[in-house]
Structures are given as C-alpha cells and as structure tokens.
Design a protein around this ligand. Structure first.
Ligand code: 13P
Length: 287
C-alpha cells in the first residue's frame, strides 16, 4: 500500500535524517528506486512532475503502474507517490487519481494568491489523508520547461504558508534544479535556519538535490531539511551507463539490442546511486 508522506517526514525530522524523493520517468525508474529503497530498508518518495505524468500517459496510469510494480516486487518499506511542482489543477487531479502526496507550487503567484490556493489544496488533500508540500521562493534553473532564477525565500512568508497546515515546506535557499554552475554560491544556511525557527519545526524540503556537496547536504539536514529531491543525478547515471554499453558495441553482440539488456546497465546504475544517496541522507534502516 502506498502511504502519505506526513509520518515518514515527521519521523525523519525528529531523527535528523532526510528521505529521498526521486523523480520517476518510466517503469525502469520506478523499479530501480523501489528496489533500492527495499535494499536499503528506507522509506522513499517517488516524485512525478506534470510533464512526466503526461509522458507516462496520465496520473491514473502512474498510480496503477506504481501500485502494481510495488506489489509485484513485494516492497514492504513505506512508499509515497508524490506530485512534484504541481499546478492547482494538477494537484487536484492527482489527489483524485490516487496519489498519496502532492506538492502545490504556488511560488510564482503573488503571495496572497499562493496562500489562497495552498489553503484550498491543503483542505482538499487532508480530507482524503493525503500529505501536502507548499513552496515559497523559486528554485533556480529549468525543470520541465519552467525556468526560475532562484530567489531566496522570505522567512515570514514561509511562516505564513506553514501556518496554513501544509505537512512540509519547500523554500528557495539558493538551490537550483539541474547541474550546478561552477560559480554557484552554495546554500544560504542563515536563511534556512531562520525559516526553520519561524516555522515551528515543520519538515523542510531541499529541491535540486543533485550535485550538492556532501557537507552542505549534512548541514541542511541538521537545520531541518527532511526531504531531498533528486532528479538530474539519476538521469545522468542512466545516460552514462547506457552510453558505455552502446559505445562498447554490446548492443551488437548476440541479442544485446534486446531492450531488457540495453536498459539493464542504466537501471543498475540508478539503483546503486539511489542506495548510495539513501545512505548519505541517513534514511537507511529507518523503514
Ligand atoms: P535536480 O534535478 O537538480 O536533482 O532537482 C530535482 C528536484 O528538485 C525535483 O523537484
């Protein structure tokens, strides 16, 4: 059974570790992440962007695929199926389709509109036992065609959104989706500490979790980050392993072109990367 993310993130917050929220794209991603979480005995979140939802033929199909793969593999660790950067309409659709967690990202609206829409999604989701993530301040970079310069969140606005009753809160602190540029200034820990102080111990979310140095990840967790989003990292290891397979001519040996063989090195690389990140975030053996 898929579960809400509320309990796993509250436990993570109390235990000073973070749960990984890994974005999925297709069956290989779902399998690799679920098998990794089971191997590491860790709770896990599967993130679905609206674009990935469309790619996987709609939210209902995503729910059906994840549930069936989860049951078929005999997964016993807690798993939440979470909409990543949802629009108002997307969040409602995912709640109705059977997601167990949603993010409503109203950070690009003016603040009053973000408050009003966040409130409505929180009420709708909570009436069905579904957890909700809200966002204040943009995350830099481009994801799913949406580009943001990455503004640092206002801690008072974070306090207002947290008080609406969302279960966890994403706040821009200099983090960026995609690869970090060489001149990246790093995470803004002063603002992160202030946000946590003003949000009464609400579990915080760190987007753009690919490529952040380990010491900064550890410090962010120390300061209240309980969920870390990872997308690019898995795309990179999948592409790298697949390229090596093809460049070594393995697709031309015997039946190496069989998709089950062609996609296997990438899937294995993703599973290994997820296990490593789970260990780094501290959620191994916390299922
Ligand atoms: P990365 O692609 O940088 O890992 O970011 C993922 C993310 O934050 C999804 O919301």
């Amino acid at each position: 059974m898929l579960v809400s993310a509320k309990e796993m993130l509250e436990k993570a917050h109390a235990g000073h570790y973070a749960v990984g929220a890994f974005n999925i794209n297709n069956m290989e991603w779902i399998k690799a992440i679920l098998l990794a979480a089971q191997e590491a005995n860790s709770p896990v979140m599967l993130g679905v962007s609206e674009g990935a939802g469309k790619y996987m033929c709609g939210y209902k199909n995503v729910v059906a695929m994840v549930k069936e793969i989860h049951d078929f593999l005999g997964i016993t660790v807690p798993v939440a199926l979470h909409l990543d950067h949802g629009s108002f309409e997307g969040a409602k659709a995912c709640i109705e389709a059977g997601f167990t967690s949603v993010m409503f990202d109203g950070s690009h609206f003016d603040f009053d509109e973000n408050v009003a829409k966040s409130k409505e999604i929180i009420e709708f989701a909570h009436s069905r036992g579904i957890s909700v993530e809200c966002e204040v301040g943009g995350i830099g970079g481009t994801e799913d065609g949406v580009t943001s310069n990455g503004e640092v969140a206002d801690p008072d606005e974070c306090a207002n959104i947290a008080a609406l009753g969302c279960d966890f809160l994403a706040a821009g602190i200099g983090n960026i989706h995609g690869k970090y540029p060489a001149d990246w200034k790093g995470l803004n820990f002063d603002v992160l500490a202030e946000i946590q102080a003003k949000t009464n111990g609400k579990p915080l979310v760190l987007h753009g979790g690919s490529g952040i140095p380990a010491d900064q990840i550890a410090k962010a967790i120390d300061l209240g980050v309980s969920k870390i989003n990872v997308n690019t990292e898995l795309q990179l290891v999948f592409a790298d392993a697949t390229r090596k397979y093809v460049e070594a001519g393995k697709d031309l040996e015997g039946k190496g072109y069989d998709p089950r063989k062609l996609l296997a090195p990438g899937a294995k690389a993703m599973q290994e990367k997820v296990v490593a990140m789970i260990k780094q975030f501290g959620s191994a053996d916390k299922a």
